[in-house]
Design a protein around this ligand. Structure first.
Ligand SMILES: Nc1ncnc2c1ncn2[C@@H]1O[C@H](COP(=O)(O)OP(=O)(O)OP(=O)(O)O)[C@@H](O)[C@H]1O
Length: 278
């Protein structure tokens, strides 16, 4: 019954998004993705209890007003290294659905760290609304899991005092249910560990989710579930990814990172890849 209600609520959110942005050219591809996701949901009702299908990001209870994150003439270089970025100016809000693309080592992860506050600009400013909650997912967070404990115990250590049932239910939102939640994390697959990391970073109901190569260890079904989860999620998403399926299914803006700059790319990911090879 709960799954049915969750699904109904998610459908309502998606329909509202579709109605709001139906005639917005910029959002056309995301509107299409959500129409498709809505159609798929008709079919998944029967299997929605299948934990492998689950990637349910919690909806934040509050919605801080803009600006949420804004870069003003922000420049950055690692100590002793060259300037990586010069005078970046852009903003991210709760409706943002962005994928950052660019060659290896160009600085995509560094930008995520400037956004999250893990790094500070060398000059200029990066403003973050004091009310905004951000979550960051990266391989680093998966590698940082304590493999000697089980997912439930891990969550209990991360969030002391929170009732066990609440943590179990949250792990369940990412398909970590039943015995899986009680198995030592040594025994989990890469994809299952990613799910635990997703559960950990989203427990506080973030408004913005930053994802660094989130689909690396996920199989195709799990990527599909992640796309579905992101489409339903009610906050902003900025990802670094090379995964065409994930990008096409879940974002509506591409930002190309080139030497020292970040600029919107006015085309699809396919067109971006084509441009690189011509
Ligand atoms: N902590 C650090 N100290 C010094 N230099 C660093 C540090 N982290 C990254 N760099 C350098 O900064 C540059 C940008 O790195 P970054 O990881 O942001 O790139 P990226 O585009 O995310 O790369 P990839 O796609 O390979 O993950 C690289 O030259 C990297 O070697």
């Amino acid at each position: 019954m709960k799954a049915f209600e969750t699904n109904e609520k998610a459908r309502g959110h998606m329909q509202a998004f579709i109605d709001k942005f139906r005639y917005n050219a910029k959002r056309a591809s995301l509107v299409q993705s959500r129409i498709k996701a809505l159609e798929r949901m008709e079919h998944v009702d029967a299997v929605v209890s299948d934990p492998d299908y689950k990637f349910e990001f919690p909806t934040p209870d509050d919605r801080p007003g803009p600006p949420i994150i804004s870069f003003s003439d922000a420049s950055f270089g690692y100590p002793g290294g060259p300037i990586l970025f010069k005078n970046l100016n852009f903003g991210i809000d709760l409706d943002s659905r962005i994928a950052m693309v660019g060659s290896n080592g160009i600085g995509k992860s560094t930008i995520l760290k400037l956004i999250s506050g893990d790094l500070q600009p060398t000059s200029g400013t990066v403003f973050r609304s004091p009310k905004v909650r951000m979550a960051v997912f990266s391989q680093h967070h998966v590698d940082g899991l304590d493999l000697t404990v089980n997912p439930l115990l891990y969550m209990m250590r991360c969030f002391p005092g929170v009732p066990e049932q609440k943590l179990r239910s949250h792990l369940g939102s990412f398909g970590v249910t039943g015995n899986l939640a009680l198995q030592s994390m040594y025994t989990l697959s890469g994809g299952q560990k990613s799910r635990v990391a997703f559960a950990k970073i989203t427990f506080k109901k973030p408004h913005i989710i930053l994802l660094d190569e989130p689909s690396n260890h996920l199989d195709l079904d799990a990527v599909e579930a992640l796309i579905q989860g992101l489409l339903i999620f009610q906050g902003g998403v900025l990802m670094v990814s090379h995964d065409e399926h994930l990008i096409t299914g879940s974002v509506d803006e591409l930002w190309a990172v080139t030497d020292g700059k970040v600029a919107p790319f006015p085309g699809t990911f396919k067109e971006y890849k084509k441009m690189l090879t011509t």
